[in-house]
Design a protein around this ligand. Structure first.
Ligand SMILES: Nc1ncnc2c1ncn2[C@@H]1O[C@H](COP(=O)(O)OP(=O)(O)OP(=O)(O)O)[C@@H](O)[C@H]1O
Length: 198
C-alpha cells in the first residue's frame, strides 16, 4: 500500500506558504522520519496526510484513490498531547472503543493495565493516557501511523517501551510510519529514510 501526498501546498489563512509543490510517499512497512526546524510545518503536514486538514493545493491518495471523508480513517495520527485527543468525560474503555477492538497483546506490550479502563483522562498520567491513544489509533484497520512527537513528553524508559511495542506492531501488520521528531537519535535509530525541511 502507498500513502501519497502529491504536489501538496498549505498555508493558514493570510499567512505565507508553509510548503508548496511537495511530494511525500510512505509505503507499507516503511518508517520515514520527518525533520525540520520548529514552526516549519511538520505538524501541519502530518495533519494534512491524516486528513485532519485539507491541503490548499494537491491531493492525498492511498493506492491512487482518494482517502475516505468519513468513517474509520486508515491514516491515524497520534500527537504530543493526549489530553487534547480524548473526550475529558469518557472512560478509557469508551475511548478505546472508538478505534475498534484493541488487540490484547498490543495493549499488554504498551503496558496498559486493566484498572485504567474505568478511569477518565484526569485520572491517568500523561504517559498512561498516551498509551491508550496509541492503542486506539492502532485498534482498528489502521494502515499508516503518523507519530507527531508521540513520546516527547515521556521519560526514556517509557519512550523505549512504547516504541518497542509500536515497532513490533508495525512489523507484524506491515504498517507505514511517519515519525515527526526533534529527537535525532530516535530518527536515526528507527527510520529507514527521512524527509527533511531543513
Ligand atoms: N491554526 C493555525 N492558524 C494559523 N497559523 C498556524 C495554525 N497552526 C499552526 N500555525 C502556524 O504554522 C506554522 C507551522 O506550524 P507547525 O505546528 O506545523 O510547525 P512544526 O514544524 O510542527 O513546529 P514544531 O517543530 O515547533 O512543533 C507555525 O508558524 C504556526 O504558528
Amino acid at each position: 500500500m502507498l500513502l501519497e501526498g502529491k504536489n501538496l501546498g498549505f498555508r493558514y489563512d493570510g499567512n505565507d506558504w508553509l510548503f508548496r509543490n511537495l511530494d511525500v510517499t510512505v509505503h507499507s512497512g516503511e518508517i520515514v522520519g520527518l525533520v525540520g526546524p520548529s514552526g516549519c510545518g511538520k505538524t501541519t503536514l502530518g495533519q494534512v496526510l491524516a486528513g485532519h486538514q485539507l491541503p490548499v493545493e494537491g491531493v492525498i491518495a492511498l493506492n491512487g484513490q482518494a482517502l475516505p471523508r468519513s468513517g474509520y480513517h486508515p491514516v491515524q495520527l497520534v500527537f504530543q498531547h493526549p489530553e487534547r485527543a480524548v473526550n475529558p468525560r469518557w472512560r478509557m474503555s469508551r475511548v478505546l472503543d472508538e478505534g475498534g477492538i484493541p488487540d490484547p497483546a498490543f495493549m499488554d506490550a504498551l503496558g496498559i493495565q486493566e484498572s485504567w479502563l474505568q478511569r477518565t483522562p484526569s485520572e491517568l498520567s500523561g504517559g498512561e493516557l498516551q498509551r491508550i491513544c496509541i492503542a486506539r489509533a492502532l485498534g482498528g484497520n489502521a494502515r499508516f501511523l503518523i507519530a507527531d512527537e508521540m513520546t516527547t513528553m515521556l521519560d526514556a524508559i517509557t519512550q523505549a517501551q512504547i516504541w518497542h511495542a509500536v515497532l513490533e506492531a508495525a512489523k507484524a501488520r506491515n504498517l507505514g510510519l511517519l515519525v515527526i521528531s526533534h529527537d535525532q537519535q530516535l530518527v536515526e535509530r528507527i527510520c529507514d529514510r527521512r524527509i527533511s525541511f531543513w
